[in-house]
Design a protein around this ligand. Structure first.
Ligand SMILES: [Zn+2]
Length: 469
């Protein structure tokens, strides 16, 4: 994610917020081993205790959406194919707002109830541990974004010609029932019907589009594992463009005509940015690429939606580089806990520094020095990036800038050759899966043969302005 350059302060004005005590208390019941055959309401994340669920993993989401841009009504069906990790007499999905009309499990009607963001399902026959099962949810209503702990909106955000759909960290549940935590990644198929003249853009490859009776249906497929927050179904009046890069990546761009003039020169650079990043980080992790450039002046950020980042306005080149780098760091290699968010944002920010350095701009050292010159009372040093302390702080300056500074300190400690070996090994070893900070530290020590725990402790976990080596 990047705060939009048009609204530089919006995403950064994180206020202090703590997890409500009642919600934190649920943590005890969260996790995959809740008693009595019930899955439990959370995935055990300390910052978002109700995000995700226990007791199963989703393999595939099949989402069929019909959206009326005038009335803003969504009519939808979600089919989840999942595998139980325990016997499930009851399990939860995350869904915020909307009206559920029917739930089936393995084609049998199931009992369900709503409890806050939890959709609690009681199947007629409990799936056994290890068993594959199918859940179908029919629902409708007017989707509304959720407000993040830092005050910004995410999820299904209506625009004047459709919807800007960006789910980090919680918003996927505003438009489909999900196991809404990056721990659980799945493949996706989308079938999205919108009024003729509007375009619906999701992740992955466009399989086809068909117009009948004044409506157009778009079918999209993402086969590589994807966290729910990286799914999109952005709708608007878009100019579209398709081509294949020399490396065989299928590019699909969708641009709001109001942003087209400003976006064109930057989007032209996408193939060369991906090629440059592939040279540094290893092969591009997905089949498809592209950009969705919307005109959504109230949003205030861009998001690295998988295979096709979403911009609230024409991006600058630095933002394009940032969201593209997330395809390796965040999308392909995913978090297991939001606390580790610097693994996404520190890395994408450092990719911007590297791009600048290798394209005739300031060296990364210069960027580091400029930041390091900030006085001890500066907000950059307000909290350590490896342990931001709450969900309200995960998109704050320390996570982005000091996270990138931590990587630069690593680079200085091990030298360029080993540093770039580490970055590449990280993206390769955990490709399509997950990684934790502890695993990254271990990998850096392995590849460099150096003791680095002290360095990471200083830069990721120590309060206040760290001493620089
Ligand atoms: Zn980012």
């Amino acid at each position: 994610m990047t705060p939009s350059r048009r609204h530089p302060a919006r995403r950064r004005t994180a206020t202090l917020a703590t997890v409500p005590v009642a919600v934190a208390a649920l943590l005890g019941a969260a996790g995959p081993a809740a008693p009595g055959g019930t899955g439990g309401p959370g995935a055990g994340d300390p910052y978002f205790p109700l995000s995700g669920n226990g007791g199963y993993h989703v393999r595939h989401y099949g989402l069929t959406l019909r959206y009326d841009t005038a009335s803003r009504r969504l009519d939808a069906t979600a089919v989840l194919t999942a595998r139980a990790t325990q016997r499930l007499t009851r399990f939860d999905l995350d869904l915020s707002g909307l009206t559920v009309t029917a739930v089936t499990v393995d084609h049998r009607a199931a009992a369900f109830r709503r409890q806050g963001q939890e959709l609690v399902v009681t199947p007629r026959r409990a799936p056994r541990a290890g068993q594959r099962f199918r859940v179908e949810v029919a629902y409708h209503g007017t989707p509304k974004p959720v407000t993040d702990p830092d005050g910004s909106p995410d999820g299904w955000i209506p625009t004047d010609d459709g919807a800007f759909v960006a789910g980090e960290p919680q918003g996927a549940m505003t438009w489909f029932p999900a196991d809404n935590h990056p721990k659980d990644k799945a493949a996706y198929d989308f079938t999205i019907t919108v009024p003729q003249g509007r375009t619906a853009v999701a992740n992955g490859v466009l399989l086809g589009q068909r117009t009948a009776h004044g409506r157009t249906t778009f079918r999209w497929r993402e086969t590589r594992p994807m966290a729910a927050y990286l799914a999109t179904a952005t709708i608007g009046t878009f100019r579209t463009e398709r081509y294949t890069t020399p490396d065989g990546i299928q590019v699909y761009n969708a641009v709001d005509p109001r942003e087209a003039h400003a976006a064109a020169p930057v989007l032209k650079r996408l193939p060369s940015v991906l090629k440059w990043e592939s040279a540094l980080f290893g092969p591009y992790p997905f089949r498809a690429a592209g950009a969705i450039v919307d005109h959504a002046p109230d949003v205030g950020y861009a998001l690295e939606t998988q295979s096709r980042p979403l911009y609230d306005s024409a991006p600058g080149l630095d933002t394009l580089v940032h969201e593209s780098a997330h395809q390796w760091f965040g999308d392909s290699v995913s978090l297991t806990s939001w606390k580790d968010i610097w693994l996404n944002e520190g890395f994408a920010t450092y990719a911007e520094w590297l791009y600048t350095e290798q394209h005739g701009g300031d060296s990364a050292q210069h960027t580091f020095d400029t930041l390091y010159a900030r006085p001890a009372g500066d907000s950059l040093w307000a909290y350590p990036p490896g342990d931001p302390g709450s969900g309200a702080r995960i998109f704050g300056t320390p996570v982005y800038a000091r996270g990138a500074m931590a990587l630069h300190e690593l680079r200085r400690a091990v030298g360029d050759r080993d540093f770039f070996r580490v970055l590449r090994a990280w993206a390769t070893t955990h490709r399509g899966g997950h990684g934790t900070t502890a695993q990254f530290v271990r990998l850096a020590e392995e590849k460099s043969g150096k003791q680095l725990k002290g360095l990471f402790h200083t830069w990721l976990y120590t309060s206040g302005k760290p001493d620089s080596a």
